[in-house]
Design a protein around this ligand. Structure first.
Ligand SMILES: NC(=O)c1ccc[n+]([C@@H]2O[C@H](COP(=O)([O-])OP(=O)(O)OC[C@H]3O[C@@H](n4cnc5c(N)ncnc54)[C@H](OP(=O)(O)O)[C@@H]3O)[C@@H](O)[C@H]2O)c1
Length: 284
C-alpha cells in the first residue's frame, strides 16, 4: 500500500516524501499544482491533485492509500477548512494519519491546529500528532528578503528564545513514524532543535556565516503587521496567525528543548549554525 504526502511541495512535505522514498516506501505526492510536484519529484513519483477546499479532488487522491501525512496550508486559517478532508479520511481504512501540528498546542486552544487534532481524534482515525517548534526554514524563506536586502531580521519576538528545528529533520522523523505505523498509534511528539536561541543570537550566527553585519531590532507587533501586509503584501490571515504565534513566543512557549527527535531517529538535530551554512545563498 501507499503513503499519501499532502503539501508535498511545502517546507516539510518535500522532506517527508524524499525520506519515505529512501526507506523504500511507495509514495504519492499531493498538492494543488501537479506541475510543481512533477518539477520537484520527477516522473517516477506519482503526483495527484489534492485541494482541501475542493472535495471533488479527494477520492482520486486517496486511491489505494493506507497512511497519510496531513498538513494544514498556512493560508487556511480556520480549523474547519480541514474538516471535509478529515471526514473523507475517516471513511477509509487507514493505518495512520500523521498530522503536522504545532509545539505547545495541547495547552493552547487558539491556533487552528488544536481543533484539528481534536477533530482527528473524534473521528477515531489512528493518529500521530507531530508538534514541531519554529522551522529554521522561516528564516531562509519568508524572512530572507529583509536579511538579504536590508541586513536585518524582521520578526516581532522581542528578547524571547526559540528552539528552532530544521524542516529536513521534521521530514525524517515523520517518515520514520509512517514507516512503522503500529509503533506510533495515538501518540504525540514535540520536535525541537538542540538549543533555544534569541533572535539576537540568530542575527549573530547569520552575520558570522554571511560575513556581513545582520541586525535584530526587535520590531513591534504593529510595525511587523504593517510591513508584512502593506509592503510585502502577504495574506492578512497568515500575518495575523503568525502575530499570535510570536505573541506566544514572547511568553516563552517556543523555547522548550525535547529529546523526541533523537528518540525517533537516533540522530542529533541539526544546529542553527549548520542550517545557516547550508542555506547561506538565501541570505547574501
Ligand atoms: N513555519 C513554522 O515555523 C511552523 C512551525 C510549526 C508548525 N507549522 C505548521 O506547519 C504547517 C505548514 O506550514 P508551512 O509554512 O511550512 O507551509 P508549506 O508547507 O510551505 O505550505 C504550502 C503547501 O501547502 C499546499 N497547499 C496550499 N494550498 C492548498 C490547498 N488548498 N489544498 C491542499 N494543499 C495546499 C501547497 O501545495 P501547492 O503549492 O501545490 O498548492 C504547499 O505544498 C502549517 O500548518 C503551520 O502552521 C509551521
Amino acid at each position: 500500500m501507499r503513503v499519501l504526502v499532502t503539501g508535498a511541495s511545502g517546507n516539510v512535505g518535500r522532506f517527508v516524501a524524499n525520506e519515505l522514498l529512501l526507506l523504500g516506501e511507495d509514495v504519492v505526492v499531493a498538492g494543488t499544482s501537479k506541475q510543481k510536484l512533477t518539477e520537484l519529484f520527477g516522473n517516477d513519483v506519482e503526483a495527484v491533485t489534492l485541494d482541501f477546499t475542493r472535495p471533488d479532488t479527494f477520492k482520486d487522491a486517496t486511491e489505494n492509500i493506507d497512511r497519510v501525512f496531513l498538513m494544514r496550508p498556512p493560508h487556511l486559517g480556520k480549523a474547519k477548512d480541514m474538516y471535509p478532508f478529515i471526514d473523507h479520511l475517516s471513511e477509509r481504512s487507514l493505518q495512520l494519519v500523521v498530522f503536522l501540528s504545532l509545539m505547545g498546542v495541547s495547552r493552547n486552544p487558539f491556533p487552528p491546529h488544536y481543533r484539528i487534532e481534536k477533530y482527528i481524534e473524534q473521528k477515531h482515525l489512528p493518529y500521530t500528532h507531530v508538534r514541531p517548534g519554529f522551522f529554521m526554514q522561516n528564516i531562509s524563506g519568508v524572512h530572507a528578503k529583509e536579511i538579504k536586502e536590508q541586513n536585518k531580521v524582521c520578526i516581532p519576538a522581542g528578547n524571547s528564545e526559540t528552539s528552532f528545528i530544521d524542516a529536513r529533520d521534521i521530514g525524517l522523523a515523520i517518515a520514520k513514524i509512517l514507516h512503522q505505523p503500529e509503533k506510533h498509534h495515538d501518540k504525540a511528539y514535540t520536535l525541537t532543535g538542540k538549543e533555544a536561541l534569541t533572535y539576537h543570537q540568530v542575527a549573530d550566527i547569520l552575520s558570522n556565516v554571511t560575513g556581513k553585519k545582520i541586525n535584530y531590532e526587535k520590531p513591534s507587533m504593529l510595525a511587523y503587521r504593517k510591513y508584512y501586509i502593506e509592503e510585502r503584501q502577504l495574506d492578512p490571515t497568515y500575518v495575523t496567525v503568525t502575530m499570535m504565534l510570536y505573541l506566544m513566543t514572547r511568553l516563552g512557549t517556543a523555547k522548550a528543548v525535547t529529546a523526541d527527535f533523537s528518540e525517533l531517529t537516533g540522530k542529533e538535530p541539526t544546529s542553527f549554525k549548520q542550517f545557516a551554512l547550508d542555506h547561506v545563498a538565501a541570505f547574501k
